[in-house]
Design a protein around this ligand. Structure first.
Ligand SMILES: Nc1ncnc2c1ncn2[C@@H]1O[C@H](COP(=O)(O)OP(=O)(O)OP(=O)(O)O)[C@@H](O)[C@H]1O
Ligand SMILES: [Mg+2]
Length: 313
């Protein structure tokens, strides 16, 4: 059974895509089989990992990208691009194990059609088709837009864990709070569609500080998030084991540069990589914390189920 993880915050531009691409790559480097599913119509992680030249033809195709599973043109398994980064680096790339389900701007049409009364919601179709391929992976990562609308709901319905990327500002805190609120609404609405064989509804398991400038003191920003997490615990959307990650990701110009190069940062040479002094090391530390978090997430979910606390609406 893979670990299924959504990266989401109601605040845009906090680093959801940068984290998921680079943490996904770090997990693949650690020998894990990773599937990244792009749930954002902006298509940022698809554009990053495929580069524009490979992604652009998808715009004219009615198969091979996420939206086409909702039109019935193909199934999710037919949209998977294996070892996606290998196609950008002329055989030199040693990164195997990172697969992608790409998306295009057409995904925005899913928000327009939304959920029709009397019909199964799109997240159920998504969940059924994901079940056909999920055992091929150790991690399935959902790059969500900054909302809990139709596309995000696909990831959230299937996820076991949510990690919230935050910047050290008040807007990220507001985004966190709004996310918890909207997640709760969604858990209530979708409860009738959860079968007994499914895992309990997803909860927020952690916050990851991103794009931290050198010498910036983030103590009070961390305290604010911690206080909010504590207030929200026990209400069904924030896990009892929730925590701020020990690792944080520094602000580094190589991150936007790596988008242009169509590579995760770990594949861009940095002599100091491995010393703990680079943003590549930060992403690797986040990936290792996610790997290490498995036992505590599992224990918290089991205690929730045993005590009847999940879901609490
Ligand atoms: N650690 C970092 N150092 C420097 N720049 C960063 C870092 N992380 C992200 N950025 C930059 O910040 C911007 C927003 O990042 P990103 O696209 O990952 O955020 P997002 O939360 O996915 O945004 P959206 O809500 O639009 O999906 C991008 O230009 C990205 O290159
Ligand atoms: Mg994004």
């Amino acid at each position: 059974m893979p670990r299924k993880i959504s990266f989401i915050n109601y605040k845009g531009g906090v680093g959801k895509t940068s984290l998921i691409v680079n943490v996904g790559a770090a997990l693949a480097q650690a020998g894990k089989r990773v599937l990244l599913i792009d749930l954002d119509a902006q298509s940022n992680s698809s554009l990053w990992l495929m580069r524009f030249e490979r992604w652009n033809p998808l715009l004219k195709q009615d198969t091979g990208h996420l939206y086409t599973i909702f039109t019935g043109a193909n199934r999710l398994k037919d949209c998977v691009i294996r070892d996606v980064v290998a196609g950008n680096s002329e055989g030199k790339n040693a990164l195997h194990g990172l697969d992608l389900v790409p998306t295009t701007f057409s995904l925005v049409d899913l928000e327009e059609t939304g959920e029709t009364e009397g019909e199964a919601p799109p997240y159920m179709l998504f969940q059924q088709q994901l079940a056909e391929i999920e055992d091929d992976y150790d991690f399935i990562l959902f790059d969500c837009p900054p909302n809990v609308l139709t596309a995000s709901r696909c990831g959230l319905f299937c996820s076991h864990e949510i990690y919230v990327p935050v910047n050290p500002d008040i807007l990220s805190l507001i985004g966190f709070t709004l996310l918890a609120d909207k997640l709760k609404q969604f858990q209530q609405e979708s409860a009738c569609h959860r079968s007994s064989s499914m895992a309990p509804p997803v909860q927020i398991e952690g916050a990851i500080f991103n794009a931290i400038k050198a010498n910036l003191d983030v103590t009070s920003a961390k305290l604010r998030i911690q206080v909010r997490m504590n207030q929200l615990k026990g209400k069904g959307v924030v896990s009892n084991a929730v925590r701020i990650f020990k690792s944080q990701v520094r602000d580094a110009v190589i991150v936007p540069r790596s988008v242009t190069l169509g590579l995760p940062v770990c594949l861009i040479g940095a002599k100091e990589q491995g010393t703990g002094n680079t943003v590549q090391d930060d992403y690797r530390s986040v990936a290792l914390e996610i790997i290490d978090n498995e036992a505590s997430v599992k224990a918290s979910r089991e205690s929730c189920v045993a005590s009847g606390l999940s879901p609490t609406f």
